[in-house]
Ligand binder design. Structure first.
Ligand SMILES: Cc1ncc(COP(=O)(O)O)c(C=O)c1O
Length: 475
C-alpha cells in the first residue's frame, strides 16, 4: 500500500519559503540558512521525517527477540544526524575505518556497531575485535585472519561472549534493476557464493569449527531490489542457519543480519514500499526469520526522503532550442545522477525567488524542456535533462527532493567544488520551522588543505631546488 506523507512536502515548502525570505533580507541572528554567493547550494534534512521513518522501522520489525536497526553510515556520514539516530535507539553499520571511528564518536556503543567492509585489513580487524563490534566476514581468508587475531588476543571465549561475528553469504539470487547496486549476482564481489560447487558445505564446516561464529549476513543489493528478491536472499541465510544449528546440535547461530536495501520511490511523495510492506513479505516468505535476533542495515529507505538540495538559478539561457539553467548544484552533490542519469533520476521542484512553488499558469509562463545544470566542467553535469518545467529564470530556486541518502552527504570533489553546508529543519513548538547546522560548508582554505601538501616541494630529485633532506622523504 502506498503511504501518503503530505507532511514531508509541506515541511519542505515551508523550509524553502523561510530560506528564500531570509536570503532576500537576512536576519542577523544567523539561525536560518541563507542562499548567498558563499552558500549557493544547501543540503536540507527534514529531522521530523528522520524521526518518523525510524519509528516506523522500529514498529514494523517488532519482535519477541532482539532487533538492532544499524543505520548504514555510508548513506549519511553526518555525526549529529547519527547521534540523533543513536539516541532514538539505532545501531550503525560501518564499512571503513573512517566510518567505524565516526560511529564511535557519534555515540554508538560498540555492541551496536556492525562492521561490514569486504576488504578489511589486519589492522581494521584487530581494532574491530578489540572494540567488540559485530563483524561480518566476507570470505574464508578473512575467517582465517580472525582465527589468528583471536588466538593472538587469546580472547576466543570473551569475544564469543560479547561480539556477534558472522559471514556474509551471497545467495546468488540475481540482479535487480540497477546492475551496479546488485550484490547477489552469480559473480558479485560480496560474500561467499552459496551456490558455487562445494561452497555451502565448506561454509557449514567453517561455522561448525568456530564456536564464536554466531551470525549470518546477507544484503542482496540496494535500490532496485524487489521485496521478493530480498526475501529469497534472507531465506537462504535462515535455511543455512537452521542447518548449521541442527548439525551442531546447538543454537550456534542466534542472529541474522538481513542488510538494508529497501527501495525508495524517487518519482513522487509517496513512501512506497514501506517497512511494514517489507515485514509482511518476510512474514509470508521467511516466517522463521523471526525465531532469530535480527540486524537491519537500512540507509536509503530511512533517509532519502528527508533530504532536499536547494539552489538558485544563477543564469538561464536557451541553446539549440533547449532551456538550460545554470546552478551551483551538480556532480559534487548528485554524483550518481550526473554519472548514471538513467539509474538515478531526481525530481526537480521549481520555486520563485520569494520561495513559492513556480507554477506555469500562475507565473504566466510556458512549460519547456529544460536541462538543470551544475557548475562542473563536463557536459554530463546535469541534475535533470529535457525535463518539462515552467520556464525558469535567473533568481528562481530549484529544490531537488529525495536526496537525503548518498547525495549531498557524500560529496565529490571534482573541480575542487566545496562540500555544501547542511542544515536540519523541524517543526518548532510554536509551529514555525526551526533550523540547525549539521555540517558547515567547506571554505576555500579547507579545499586547499585537502588538495595536497601545503608546502610546495620539488617532485623530482633531479630538480635544481631539491635538497638531500627533501628527497630523503621519498627515499
Ligand atoms: C552491506 C550493506 N548494508 C547496507 C547497505 C545500505 O543499503 P540501503 O541504503 O539501500 O538500505 C549497503 C549499501 O551499500 C551495504 O552494502
Amino acid at each position: 500500500m502506498p503511504s501518503h506523507h503530505h507532511a514531508i512536502p509541506n515541511r519542505r515548502a515551508r523550509a524553502v519559503r523561510t530560506i528564500a525570505e531570509n536570503s532576500a533580507s537576512p536576519t542577523p541572528s544567523g539561525t536560518v540558512p541563507e542562499l548567498s554567493d558563499e552558500s549557493a547550494v544547501l543540503g536540507l534534512m527534514d529531522l521530523d521525517w528522520v524521526d518518523t521513518a525510524f519509528d516506523r522501522l522500529t514498529s514494523a520489525f517488532e519482535s519477541d527477540r532482539e532487533v538492532l536497526h544499524a543505520v548504514a553510515c555510508k548513506a549519511v556520514p553526518l555525526p549529529s544526524l547519527l547521534r540523533r539516530l543513536a539516541d532514538a535507539g539505532a545501531g550503525c553499520e560501518v564499512a571503513s575505518p573512517g566510518e567505524l571511528e565516526l560511529a564511535l564518536s557519534a555515540g554508538f556503543a560498540p555492541d551496536r556497531i556492525v562492521f561490514d567492509s569486504p576488504a578489511k585489513t589486519w589492522a581494521e580487524l584487530r581494532r574491530a575485535v578489540d572494540l567488540g563490534v559485530s563483524i561480518n566476514a566476507d570470505n574464508f581468508d578473512e575467517l582465517a585472519r580472525l582465527d589468528s587475531i583471536l588466538a593472538e588476543r587469546n580472547s576466543t571465549t570473551a569475544t564469543a561472549a560479547s561480539a556477534r561475528i558472522g559471514v556474509r553469504i551471497n545467495p546468488q539470487s540475481g540482479t535487480g534493476a540497477i546492475g551496479a547496486l546488485s550484490t547477489a549476482t552469480e559473480t558479485s564481489k560480496f560474500g561467499i557464493g552459496l551456490a558455487d560447487p562445494g561452497a555451502r558445505e565448506a561454509l557449514i564446516e567453517a561455522y561448525l569449527a568456530r564456536p564464536w561464529l554466531n551470525q549470518i549476513h546477507v544484503h542482496s543489493g540496494s535500490q532496485g531490489i524487489s521485496l521478493d528478491k530480498a526475501a529469497v536472499g534472507i531465506r537462504a541465510a535462515v535455511d543455512l542457519a537452521e542447518e548449521i544449528n541442527a548439525r551442531a546440535g546447538a543454537r550456534r547461530i542466534s542472529r541474522i543480519d538481513i542488510g538494508g536495501g529497501l527501495s525508495v520511490n524517487f518519482d513522487g511523495e509517496d513512501v512506497t514500499p514501506t517497512f511494514a510492506d517489507y515485514r509482511a513479505v518476510l512474514e509470508e516468505q521467511v516466517p522463521s526469520l523471526f525465531d532469530f535476533d535480527i540486524v537491519t542495515e537500512f540507509g536509503r529507505a530511512l533517509l532519502a526522503k528527508a533530504g532536499t538540495i536547494l539552489t538558485r538559478v544563477e543564469y538561464a539561457k536557451t541553446t539549440g532550442g533547449r532551456r538550460i539553467v545554470m546552478t551551483q548544484a551538480g556532480v559534487q552533490v548528485a554524483t550518481r545522477t550526473a554519472y548514471a542519469p538513467n539509474d538515478w533520476p531526481l525530481r526537480i521542484l521549481p520555486f520563485t525567488p520569494d520561495g513559492n512553488p513556480k507554477i506555469a499558469e500562475a507565473a504566466d509562463t510556458e512549460i519547456v524542456p529544460t536541462d538543470v545544470a551544475g557548475p562542473a566542467c563536463f557536459s554530463g553535469d546535469l541534475l535533470a535533462r529535457e525535463r518539462m518545467l515552467p520556464r525558469l529564470d535567473a533568481g528562481d530556486l530549484v529544490a531537488v527532493p529525495e536526496t537525503g541518502a548518498y547525495y549531498f552527504s557524500n560529496p565529490f570533489s571534482y573541480n575542487l567544488l566545496p562540500r555544501v553546508p547542511i542544515f536540519g529543519y523541524r517543526t518548532a513548538t510554536d509551529g514555525g520551522i526551526e533550523f540547525s547546522l549539521i555540517r558547515r560548508g567547506q571554505a576555500v582554505a579547507e579545499i586547499l588543505a585537502e588538495a595536497g601538501e601545503p608546502e610546495l616541494r620539488p617532485l623530482s630529485p633531479d630538480s635544481s631546488h631539491s635538497s638531500a633532506e627533501q628527497t630523503a622523504h621519498v627515499g
